[in-house]
Design a binder for this molecule. Sequence first.
Ligand code: LLP
Length: 400
Amino acid sequence: MIDFRALAQKYDTPLYIYDFNHISGQYEKLKKAFSGRKSMISYAVKANSNLSVISHLAKLGAGADCVSIGEVKRALSAGVPKYKIIFSGVGKRDDEIEEALREDILLLNLESEAEMERVECIAEKMGVKARISVRVNPNIDPKTHPYISTGLHENKFGVDIETAKRIYIHANNSDHLDPVGIHFHIGSQLTKLEPIKEASAIVADLVRSLLAIKIELKFFDVGGGLGIVYDDETTIEPYDYAQAILGTLHGLDITVVCEPGRFIVGNAGFFLTRVLYEKMNDGKRFIIVDGAMNDLLRPSLYNAYHRVEVVGKEGNETEADVVGPVCESGDFFAKNRPLPPTDHDDLIVVHSAGAYGFVMASNYNTRPRPAEVAIVDGKARCIRQRETFEDLVRLETMCL
Ligand code: LLP
C-alpha cells in the first residue's frame, strides 16, 4: 500500500509516483514468456525516461529502445550496455546518426531508403560499418487508437516489403552497412493478439526469403505495444503473446527482441494531485485540482481513460469532471465520474500514469513540471526534483 498522504506531505503535489517492484515484476513476466528462445527485452525509453527507471531496468538485464540521440545518451548514462541499445525513429539527423555510430550501439533501425543512403554515407566518412535493421510496415490494422496505430501503409512508419528487400540487398553488398536485424511495430496499447501474429508471420516470411539469398539476420524485433488495463480492457497475456510470435519463427535461428514501454511502467505509476475547489456550473459538478494537462496529457490528447480515486473517501458519489487550472476546456483528467464530495486539500490519485505521463509533460502556462518519486521495497526516494520558476526561465534572455 502506498501512503499517498505522507508522500504529498513530503514531496508536495502534483507528483508522479512509481512502484519499482511492479516494474521488476512486469519485466520478469515478459522475460519468462520468451524464455524458450534467445531474447532481449529492450525497454522503450520514450514511455518513461527517468534515469532511475532506466537504470533499474538495466540492472534487471533490459536493453533500451531509443528514438533520439538524447534517449541513447540517457540509456548509456543509466548503465545500459551499448550492445543492448537500439536507435529507431523515422527522422534521424546526420549528427544523431554520427553520434550513434561513434557510440557503437547495437544497431540503427532504418525507416526509408533515403535514410539508408545517409547512414551509409556517414559510416563511410567515419570509416566504420554500420549495423542496421529495417523497419517493415506490414500493412496490418492493429485496432487501437488512430494516433498510436503505426502498422498501416497510410502511417509514416517503416517501408513496404519490396523496399525492405531492396535495402537488405544493397546493405549486404555495401562495405559500410551490415544488415543484422528486422523490425516491425504496428501500434501501441494493443489488446488483440491476431494483428501481432499476422504481422509477425509476414515479417518472418521475409526473413526466410532473405535467408534463401544468403542474407542471415540475427535479430527479430517485434516492437512494443502490449496493452495494459486502464479501465476494464481484456489484455493479452505475455505467455500468449510470446507463443504467437515464436509460432511464426519456424526454421529460424534468430534472437527475438521486444520493445515494451507501457507494459513495463504504465501500471507502476500514479499521478497525485490535490483538490483546490469544487464548483457547480448550472448543475454540472467540477472538481478543480492542482495538476493539469501540462503534467499528464493523455486524457486531453487521446481522450484516454485513467481511473481516478479520492484518497480515503467513498460514498455519496455524484458525477463530476476532474479538471486542472490550465486555460483550455480540454484540460481534464476525468469526465462524468461518480466521486464522493471533496474538500480543499483532499488528494486525488490518477492511476496507470507511469507510461507517457511525465515524458509528455510541458511547461504550458509556466507551470513547473512535477517531482518524481520511486517506491523501492516500500521506501520512497525522490528521483527528479520539482522544477522551479528559475529552471523555467534559465535559458531565456531579455533582448532589451
Ligand atoms: N517501439 C516503437 C517503435 C514504438 O513506436 C513504440 C511506441 C514502442 C516500441 C513502445 O510502445 P508501447 O509498448 O509503450 O506501447 N503517447 C502514446 C503512446 C505512443 C507510442 C509510440 N510508440 C500514449 O500515451 O498512449
